[in-house]
Design a protein around this ligand. Structure first.
Ligand code: 9MR
Length: 467
């Protein structure tokens, strides 16, 4: 028999592990598929019906993929994703390798891939402190940079890529992690770039580089394109997020970009550990604050790094992904959700980070099924779930939660507790009709069972759709 002392020692040793990985409750435990083929393209159409505009759900694509990887990607795009971003092909080093010479081959190549797969495309990015062309750092003066180099680059890229771009990351990673020179803008690696006259810091202080970039974007982009400030750690309730809001106000005032064209991209490179991601309630608040301005928020680079691939860790990853996609789905102003890299072995984190929706063999992980379930549940008209990443002590997903009417199953975006209260399948009303692409049946569906256009076709036990 173990002594009390050894029991205490074991408990102390074990507790950090337990604290890292809460037990979570998921939709895939409660009636939604957790195996088999994932097919959600039609669900995304129904999400769009509820949202009132297209919902773009996608991943990165890189022109360096092998033919086997590209062929796998094609299958995933046929069934799962409907949106695409170039992982590297639209960055400054690729698009203007020689000053004044526009080279959009890679960027256009990824856009064509998207179009060929019936997917939409977003632009990443016109301006960043990394992946700069070799001619740029140190070769130009500050005034040349602001007056010519930046606006000309933004113009040639945004104008050259044309109308088929949902949103452009006009600037990437400029929001400060701290305050320096009285400004909260990032001065990473002599941001925005070293200048020949050594005045890089002045550029940051007066934000003229930022105004030049957004003014050019507004001038040369089609009226449907949104312009984002894309960054990490700007979705919470903290100083960096406050800086991001200050920056938006500055861009709105000084580049005359209306708020309804402005967006914030929440990169969301996060880790599956308590405190290492934004709580769902904070995400919801940040989306709501942007909505109050008339601006949009989007999840632009989501991955959730794991320290191991145990079932508990993968379930935690699924719960976190579920919270993020729910926060976006239930926000009135979130229409784009990009997963950064399609599968673990293609991830910038490396396969060992296990940070994507699909494993190294290309098989969907629990997070992929959970995300599909969240999309399906939202499309069915259901109200929002509690925050699953907080663990079962805070949030228990209701059994049979495909039901949009189960009492107490759903509450607010915050940390409310919910429990299973119904397992019955409501009968849909008759005498009304769903539109084309709309849901018309499935377990838990309480809406119309007829179609005003098309016929009601069974996609799976949980989802029938007017097609
Ligand atoms: O995934 C990208 C990787 O292939 C590049 O080598 C890297 C260069 O710094 O950039 C990665 O993508 C980054 C994105 O463009 C901006 N946010 C952080 C991403 C991950 O580093």
């Amino acid at each position: 028999m173990r002594s009390f002392a050894s029991f205490v020692l074991l408990a102390v040793l074990a507790s950090p592990v337990l604290a890292q990985t809460p037990t979570v409750s998921l939709l895939i435990d409660n009636g939604f598929p957790s195996s088999g083929t994932l097919s959600i393209r039609s669900v995304l159409n129904s999400v769009a019906t509820r949202k009132g505009q297209t919902f773009h759900f996608g991943s990165t694509w890189d022109t360096s993929y092998s033919s086997a990887e590209a062929s796998w990607m094609t299958n995933v795009y046929n069934t799962f994703f409907n949106h695409m971003v170039a992982e590297n092909g639209c960055k400054w080093s690729a698009t203007e390798p020689t000053r004044g010479v526009s080279s959009l081959t890679q960027c256009l190549g990824v856009q064509s891939y998207a179009v060929a797969r019936n997917a939409s495309f977003r632009g990443h990015n016109t301006f960043w402190h990394e992946q700069l062309p070799s001619w740029l750092p140190g070769s130009v003066t500050a005034s040349d940079l602001v007056t010519n180099v930046i606006p000309q680059h933004v113009q040639q890229e945004i104008q050259g890529m044309g109308a088929g771009v949902t949103s452009w990351d006009v600037v990437n990673e400029i929001v400060g992690d701290g305050v320096s020179n009285g400004m909260c803008v990032q001065n990473k690696n002599d941001w925005p770039t070293k200048t020949a006259d050594g005045s890089g810091t002045n550029l940051v202080t007066d934000l003229s580089f930022l105004h030049a970039a957004f003014t050019a974007a507004l001038q040369y982009a089609p009226s449907t394109t949104r312009f984002s400030v894309n960054d990490y750690n700007t979705s919470g309730n903290d100083a960096k997020t406050a800086c991001m809001f200050a920056l938006l106000a500055d861009i709105n005032a000084n580049s005359a970009v209306p708020y309804n064209r402005l967006a914030v991209g929440f990169q969301s490179h996060i880790t599956a550990a308590p405190g290492q991601f934004t709580a769902k309630s904070d995400l919801a608040n940040t989306f709501a604050k942007l909505a109050a301005l008339g601006a949009t928020g989007m999840i632009t680079e989501m991955d959730v790094k794991l320290s191991d691939t145990s079932s508990a860790s993968e379930r935690y990853q699924a719960a976190i992904w579920g919270d993020y996609i729910d926060a976006c789905l239930y926000a009135s102003n979130c229409f784009e959700f990009i997963n950064w890299d399609p599968r673990d072995d293609l991830s910038w984190l490396g396969a060992s980070g296990a940070g994507t929706l699909f494993d190294t063999n290309g098989n969907p992980k629990p997070a992929a099924y959970e995300v599909a379930a969240r999309l399906q549940r939202y499309a069915s008209g259901a109200t929002e779930l509690c925050a699953t990443a907080l663990g079962t002590s805070q949030c228990t997903v209701p059994a049979g939660s495909g039901s949009s009417t189960s009492t107490g199953s759903t509450t607010s975006a915050s940390t409310s507790t919910s429990s299973a209260t119904t397992t019955t399948t409501p009968t849909g009303p008759t005498g009304c009709a769903s539109p084309m692409w709309g849901q018309c049946g499935g377990i838990g569906w309480a809406g119309c069972t007829g179609c005003s256009s098309g016929t009601c076709q069974v996609a799976n036990a949980y989802y029938s759709q007017c097609l």
